[in-house]
Each structure stands twice: as C-alpha cells, then as structure tokens.
Design a protein around this ligand. Structure first.
Ligand code: SF4
Length: 379
C-alpha cells in the first residue's frame, strides 16, 4: 500500500478517515481534512493534514506533511502515532482490496506476503473501511492471507459490501481449500452477489508438486473446493504463478484444467513478484520470463483454442511472443507499478504492465523498447 511519512501529533490510536479538501459543516467525523495552510486542527474532523509547520495544536489529531500532492478527495487513509499515513483505499486505483486476515493455512514457496500466526480480528476494521469507500468503486478485492480463515465473517464482509457499495464487483483471492466443505461453498452462493469472482491458485496437474509448492497436502481439497463452487454456480478464476518449479508443465496443467475444470471463467498465468518468500527462495525460483515463453505460449493457446479465457498478468510485452501479447493485462497495483530506463521511448508503455517495484533489479535480460508495432500484432 502507498505510504507517506509525516510528523503526527495528538494521535494515540490509529485514525481512519476519508480524505477531503472541502470544509463541511455536518458529518465530518469520518473525514480527514487536508489543507496546505491550516492554522489549527479543525474540530469535528477525524484529523487534519497540512504542510503548515506552524499549525497551532488544540489537542485534536493532526499531522504535518511535506506535500499534499499525493492525496485525492475520497482516498481513505490510516494515520498512526509513528507518523505513517497508509493509503488503504485510493479513489483513482482499480486495485483496491481489503485484507481479511494475514493468517494462512498454506506456506507457498513464493508468497510475496508471508503469513503471520496470530492477529486481532480485522473484521470490525474492514467493515468500517468498506463504509468509507466511494459508492462508484468498480471492484473491491478480498485478500489475505487466506480470507476463508475468518470463517463466516467472510460472508459478513460480502453482505456489507453489497449493502454499502451495491454496484461494486467483488474479487476474492482464496486457496479454495475451505470450499471443500460443501456447506461453506453454499453459504457463499447464498450471499447472491451480482458480480463476484473467486480466484484460486493451482500450481500443477500433479498433486505432490502442487502440495510441495504450497507447503501443505491440500491439492485434492482445492480440487473438491473447485467442484463445490461450480456446483453452486460461482464464477471461478484459476491462477498460476510461473517460476522455475512450475514452468515446465504449463501445457500439461492447461490440458488438465481443460479436461477437469471446463467451468472456470478464466485462467491467469502470472509472472512472479520477487518479494517476501519469493525473494528468500530466489535461487530455487527465478527464471528469466523469456526462457519460459515456449511453455507459456503453448499453455495460453491451448486454452484459448478450447474456449477457456487465458490471461497473462504482470508480464512485459517486449518479452512475450507476438501472438500471445493480446492476452496480457495491466495487472500490477498502481502503487507498486514501475517502468525501468529501458522502457524510455517504448511505444507499448501505455499498454504494458511494467514491473513490480520489487522486480526493479530482478527482471528479464530481454527488456527492449518497442519502436515499431507491426500491423499484424494486436496488443
Ligand atoms: S520496454 Fe518496457 S514498456 Fe516497453 S514493452 Fe518492454 S517492459 Fe513494457
């Protein structure tokens, strides 16, 4: 998440609020007022943010920042007493998500965000956040950790989104294990959300391989979870992170998906984010994306030819074979999406996903700006 450092004053407990530049008379307790030249914190607002070093304290929470340029009307931030302003929702982003829990029942070898063992229940905080999000939000992700570890509170979150943001789509990222319990899958269906997709990672067509990568013997539970979700007509996406331990069998995995899960709405092949455990295990995982193009191309075209929608996430267009560029998506969250100097002057820069910030120095050796686009190539 985007974060800005500030000097915070009169802040003991975390302050959560929606950013506003407007001065309101009523209903301002959920808002954080941002003004370049605030002379003192305004009563009624959750906090005040300013660049004015000479602001006079009146005991109300406030913080001083170097610039207010990074804020937008409608963003939602958390300010803590360490002076961190964390953007938990960005109005201009298409990648907003709530973290249901940081706990997980898997230990994936390439997990970018290693799970923790214990935590305070995040549901009350998440319910509050959802109420602060803009009503026109297109999509909200529910991620983790493993979101199903909060049990039925997952459905409390879904129903709250439904009530507060009735037009917003929901995308849940889950390992699918909990949906092996048919009752639990049925409870998701009973939420009757109009636009909900559940994305589930599958790393191999061989159970032992998948289990080794996720650090748990859960392959068949995930498979059962997929069937249960399909039974209740839930929209499912599959996700495959590509690295040294998964790339060789991509075509076989695509074939397995076609034969066993023809009901899935899409399959996303994802380039690995080299942070967290992926960074720790880099020597076991890293392969130049250029070097798995042959397997990726075969898998993508196999699914496309058979009517299952493939996507390629987090990939650089100049590295992909021309005939599968069409399937690449702008998939990296805005706050960690970068381009490198080799991209200067590239004609595809606007369409290309670019790089994770953490991949700034760990990327393909084949990045090369594209100066001409052949009319035969669609992106
Ligand atoms: S040069 Fe950069 S912007 Fe252009 S296609 Fe490659 S990675 Fe993308």
């Amino acid at each position: 998440m985007k974060q800005i450092q500030c000097k915070s004053f009169s802040i003991e407990e975390d302050v959560v609020g929606r950013i506003t530049f407007r001065k309101k008379i009523f209903n301002r307790s959920k808002e954080i007022w941002v003004s370049k030249d605030a002379s003192s914190p305004i009563f009624g607002y959750a906090a005040t943010i300013t660049t004015n070093e000479n602001i006079v304290s009146n005991g109300k929470p406030y913080c001083v920042v170097n610039s207010i340029e990074g804020f937008n009307e409608g963003d939602v931030v958390v300010i803590n007493k360490r002076g961190e302003i964390v953007f938990v929702y960005e109005i201009k982003s298409n990648h907003n998500a709530i973290m249901a829990t940081e706990r997980c029942n898997h230990r994936c070898i390439m997990c970018p965000q290693p799970p923790i063992l214990q935590e305070k229940d995040k549901t009350p905080f998440n319910l509050k956040l959802i109420s602060l999000f803009d009503k026109s939000t297109q999509e909200i992700g529910i991620t983790g950790g493993e979101p199903t570890l909060i049990g039925d509170n997952l459905f409390v979150l879904i129903n709250h989104i439904k009530k507060e943001l009735p037009k917003t789509a929901i995308s849940i990222l889950s390992n699918g294990v909990k949906f092996a319990d048919k009752e639990y899958a049925m409870k998701l269906a009973k939420c009757k959300h109009h636009d909900l997709q559940i994305d589930i990672p599958l790393f191999s067509d061989i159970a032992e391989e998948h289990n080794r990568i996720v650090g748990a013997k859960t392959f068949y539970k995930t498979v059962q979870g997929l069937y249960n979700l399909a039974l209740f007509h839930q929209r499912i996406g599959l996700r495959i992170v590509i690295h040294k331990q998964t790339y060789r069998r991509l075509p076989q995995l695509a074939d397995y998906i076609y034969h066993n899960f023809p009901f899935v709405a899409q399959v996303a092949f994802m380039q690995m984010e080299t942070t967290g455990l992926a960074k720790e295990n880099l020597d076991k995982l890293w392969i130049d994306p250029y070097d798995y193009n042959m397997e990726l191309r075969e898998a993508v075209l196999l699914l496309a030819d058979r009517g299952i929608k493939p996507y390629i996430y987090n990939a650089q267009l100049c590295v992909l074979p021309d005939d599968i560029r069409y399937y690449a998506q702008q998939s990296i969250s805005d706050w960690k999406d970068i381009y490198i100097s080799e991209c200067d002057g590239c004609m595809l820069r606007g369409q290309c996903a670019g790089f994770f910030e953490s991949n700034r120095n760990i990327h393909s050796a084949h990045i090369k700006k594209v100066e001409n686009i052949s009319p035969d190539i669609s992106c």
